[in-house]
Design a protein around this ligand. Structure first.
Ligand SMILES: CC(C)(COP(=O)(O)OP(=O)(O)OC[C@H]1O[C@@H](n2cnc3c(N)ncnc32)[C@H](O)[C@@H]1OP(=O)(O)O)[C@@H](O)C(=O)NCCC(=O)NCCS
Length: 174
């Protein structure tokens, strides 16, 4: 049986929907393990409509929704060229965000999204995919390892006033 999830491109007209989904999935994933003031400080600048409209207008970034029936249950953002948050290697693709609503996790939706990103990178003859993941996000780290990603470095990430360590992971495609 084919998987009921469909992956569809997100347009600029969907900016408000994407913003709400992004905010919700971010808070659901991280609020219980972080200081509420740091989360709020981060959210104030990260989750604004102008910021999302700018991101959606960048030709080097792509957003996709995962749909099940008539509901949006997750999303993916990837970057190439100068939209990448580090390195800007033209032969790489960065997965900047991948989120599935908690009620839909563990149903192979994240897997479909990440496989879509991998196939896109292969279609564009890119050499590798990379991403940053919070060192304490063990669930996501296991998910990436399951797809063959390996650690290649670290970087610092400011969540409000909290300096956190992100693990950088990559998947070589050739
Ligand atoms: C991480 C996330 C995107 C994974 O999506 P998901 O839909 O829950 O995962 P899937 O059901 O597609 O799982 C795919 C594979 O990863 C494995 N996997 C998923 N979670 C796992 C875990 N906690 N430990 C080990 N393996 C795991 C599954 O077993 C499955 O393996 P299989 O292909 O062999 O069957 C999702 O859980 C999520 O949105 N988490 C919160 C937000 C987040 O942390 N995003 C990443 C920020 S960097």
């Amino acid at each position: 049986m084919t998987h009921p999830t469909q992956i569809k491109s997100v347009s600029i007209n969907d900016a408000a929907t994407l913003l709400e989904l992004s905010r919700k999935t971010f808070f659901d994933a991280f609020l219980h393990r972080n200081n509420a003031a740091d989360m709020a400080a981060y959210a104030e600048t990260a989750f604004t409509l102008p910021k999302f409209e700018t991101e959606l207008s960048n030709p080097n970034s792509q957003f996709y929704f995962a749909w099940v029936d008539n509901a949006i249950v997750g999303y993916l953002k990837f970057n190439h060229n100068f939209a990448q948050t580090e390195f800007q290697d033209p032969e790489a693709l960065e997965i900047e965000r991948i989120y599935v609503l908690s009620d839909f996790q563990g149903q192979q939706i994240g897997k479909l999204l990440i496989e879509f990103a991998i196939q896109t990178a292969i279609d564009h003859s890119l050499k590798y995919i990379w991403l940053g993941v919070w060192e304490h996000n063990t669930k996501a780290i296991s998910f990436y390892k399951n797809k063959g990603f390996e650690q290649f470095g670290n970087h610092l990430f400011m969540l409000g006033n909290d300096e956190q360590t992100d693990i950088l992971m990559k998947l070589d495609l050739y």
